[in-house]
Design a protein around this ligand. Sequence first.
Ligand code: 3HC
Length: 313
Amino acid sequence: MTFQFLVLNRYFSSSPAMAAAIKNVTVIGGGLMGSGIAQVAAQTGHRVTVVEVNENAIEKAKNGIQNSLQRVAKKLYKDKPADAETFVKETLSRLHTSLDLKDAVKDTDLVVEAIVENLDLKHKLFSTIDSVAPNHTIFASNTSSLSIQDIASVTKRKDRFGGLHFFNPVPVMKLLEVIRIPETSDETYEKMTAWGKALGKTTITCKDTPGFVVNRLLVPLLAEAVRMLERGDATARDIDTAMKLGASHPMGPFELADYVGNDTTKFILDGWHQKYPDVELFKPIPLLTKLVEEGKLGLKTGEGFYKYDKGTK
Ligand code: 3HC
């Protein structure tokens, strides 16, 4: 072996650009976000395993993915029903489900965690898989409210840890926020970003700050809209119309709050309020608290700021 070959070989094998691409992905949590992430990954040729805690949750995830895939197929293959069918079939052939967390990560390149926003549960999960996942496996969280560094703290692979924050509905929204903690290696960051691009997303990079970019701007907007309604400045319908026609937002703040879930918005705000109790913008909003206490969480419960017919998507 020549000296030149050795030098080149060493350069390429340690170069982030030459690092093996992510092929096998494990998504933990098959809720709305987890299902969406799994679907898009399978659509773009990745082998995906979705991990859930029981058969019921798996069935729900499968049904959600099937419905969403049909919508995507219809859009991609308008006048070609046979191609649409092949697309759905091939995508589903790359999608697997599992109830066995340890088994599901044993030969994966990337784990994307999309479980409930509970730090203790996330710690339990990541410390369990840290010892069984291969050395090269990257761990990422889709958290929208917790600190990536706090989540990563229980693992021994902080250099292979980051945030991958998707937006609902994942198959439609084009953005992916890639979050680096100080320990995230360049190679991990490059791989996460390349994977986002392979999914067809546009990636942006953000430090591990509360709400990253989008939620830090969007959640205060929702909060201010609720305060406006509380004060009686305008009706929910008029505030929504104003933001759709005056700012070209695809949904008004109340439609969006109902779409995201009032519990989610409240959870994010409460977390920030705990951390920054003096910031006026993050303080609890009685109307939002009342809706959540009454179970009026939005689209998913049939009522939030608006009422929805059963079957509304
Ligand atoms: N799966 C697949 N396709 C879907 C879909 C889904 N779940 N939901 C919508 N679509 C497709 C539809 O099939 C339709 O396709 P077409 O153009 O070929 O007909 C297209 O998207 C538009 O959908 P609709 O016609 O049903 O309705 P709209 O035109 O009103 O669009 C919307 C729906 C895409 C949700 C749009 O209103 C929108 O962009 N809203 C804003 C959403 C947003 O801001 N999301 C971010 C929330 S914040 C977040 O997620 C962060 C978290 O941490 C809280």
